[in-house]
Design a protein around this ligand. Structure first.
Ligand code: FES
Ligand code: FES
Length: 205
């Protein structure tokens, strides 16, 4: 009986801002990864594409105008952390799935790891650093009172997601909190305390 020929799939390498990020031979895995990239707005180039050109962007961040000279597809998170030293928003999954990088763009919560600088235009960006002058936003005070964080890594993203929630819905029910916060992951499992803190803050806004 003739033995089946081994199937050889072509290697595929995806690049983000010049860095090799995915390499593999399994078409289904590559397809899922590509879908993730489209879904989250990340930019990728197949090997051999030229790097993008640099451009100057004026950004409104935490009430100040900032200027950066970067490639148009640079994710906002890179700009905040690497160019402007605003390191409250964290890098974790990098594909828009965990929420650690959440910031506000015109009061809407977005995942900054997949949000290209060229999409920002005149929008106003708020990060955890710009939420209050002395860390006394009602959500920050409630977070402290309920003692929410464990390791703390996800917490800036959680708070910014909660800010967007309370702007839209100042008195959310438990179900509405769970629905909105569902996609912000916490490896320490602080979900109950996060919900309690949001409810507490909602009584003070
Ligand atoms: S790092 Fe942006 S969603 Fe996970
Ligand atoms: S507090 Fe540790 S990941 Fe959320």
């Amino acid at each position: 009986m003739a033995s089946a020929m081994p199937r050889i799939n072509p290697a595929v390498i995806l690049h983000l801002n010049g860095d090799k990020i995915i390499k593999g031979r399994e078409p289904c895995l590559i397809a899922i990864s590509v879908i993730d990239f489209f879904k989250t707005g990340l930019c990728f180039n197949f090997r051999g594409n030229k790097k993008g050109h640099m451009a100057i962007f004026k950004l409104h961040i935490n009430g100040k105008e900032r200027q950066v000279d970067v490639e148009p597809d640079t994710p906002l998170l890179w700009i905040l952390r690497d160019h402007l030293g605003l390191v409250g928003a964290k890098f974790s999954c990098g594909i828009g799935e965990c929420g650690a990088c959440t910031v506000l763009v015109d009061d809407k919560a977005i995942r900054s790891c997949g949000f290209r600088v060229s999409k920002i235009k005149t929008s106003k960006i708020t990060t955890i650093e710009g939420l209050s002058v002395n860390g006394d936003h009602p959500l920050q005070l409630a977070w402290d009172e309920v003692d929410v964080p464990q390791c703390g890594y996800c917490q800036a993203g959680q708070i910014m997601q909660a800010v967007a929630l309370l702007k839209m819905n100042p008195k959310p029910t438990d179900g509405e909190i769970d629905e909105r916060m569902d996609f912000n992951l916490c490896r320490c499992g602080a979900y109950h305390r996060i919900r309690d803190a949001i409810k507490l803050a909602s009584t003070k806004i």
